[in-house]
Design a protein around this ligand. Structure first.
Ligand code: DX5
Ligand code: ZN
Length: 233
């Protein structure tokens, strides 16, 4: 179990983090592209797990995380879009995840799952679909390290950012401690990252805007420049 690595959200301190979503990378050149985003200053790698049930798409499983773990020491931020998070938390912990984010819609026992992640020494993240109210996290929000606000419907990369989610970001940030991270995921580019940062987001997942760019390093840099919000530059 990857307990000796520690909870990345406690290790990485404060300040905005860029989390490239490997769903959008060129898998035939994954190592090279991972090196490029990390050299450009990406703080964590985001891994999207889709089971074909919770979302109508399939992606990566524990063997992929195991290979990534062997390749890099960068924190692996695993977003599990699955109907059975309790089962898969164990599988992805064994495979070497550093933090696991599960969906509130997929469990009746969110506090128990957060406690289990804590017991495993992993970062504990919780997330919600665009249609789920911020209040759905009441009672569990204080038990997690990270809240992920989905800014598109989960299941596919390359979708358009939903501006209606900006208010949810602000509402949730208002309920969180300073030592908790607020992550956004879906349609994030330099422009939308800035809008989210202004509402209190501090971890920015980006797939297409990084890996769809001709210059991956420049795309990471552009995002970092926007991730401090409109007051930053
Ligand atoms: C969607 C995933 C996202 C996705 C983001 O279900 O959770 O992480 O890969 O991709 P972009 O940045 O292309 O919207
Ligand atoms: Zn994701």
């Amino acid at each position: 179990m990857s307990t000796d690595r520690g909870n990345p959200w406690k290790r990485l301190g404060t300040g905005p983090l860029i989390a490239p979503s490997l769903l959008a990378c060129d898998f035939a050149r994954a190592g090279e592209q991972i090196d490029a985003v990390l050299a450009a200053g990406a703080g964590v790698l985001h891994i999207d797990v889709m089971d074909g049930h919770f979302v109508p798409n399939l992606s990566m499983g524990p063997p992929v995380v195991r290979k990534l773990r062997a390749y890099t020491d960068a924190p692996l931020d695993v977003h599990i879009m699955v109907t059975d998070p309790a089962y898969y938390i164990e599988r992805f912990a064994e495979a070497g995840a550093d933090s696991i984010t599960f969906h509130i819609e997929a469990t009746d026992e969110p506090a128990k799952l957060a406690a289990r992640l804590c017991e495993l020494g992993l970062g504990a993240g919780i997330t919600l679909r665009p249609g789920t109210e911020a209040s759905a996290l009441d009672g569990v929000i204080e038990a997690v390290d990270l809240v992920l606000v989905m800014t598109v419907e989960p299941g596919y990369g390359g979708q358009k950012f939903m501006p209606q989610m900006l208010e949810k970001i602000a509402v949730l940030r208002g309920k969180m401690r300073d030592d908790q991270r607020l992550e956004v995921d879906g349609g994030i580019d330099a422009a939308t990252a800035c809008l989210c940062a202004d509402r209190g987001a501090d971890v920015f997942v980006a797939g297409e805007s990084i890996f769809g760019s001709k210059n991956i390093a420049a795309a990471v840099n552009d995002l970092r420049a926007s991730a401090g919000g409109s007051g930053a530059s």
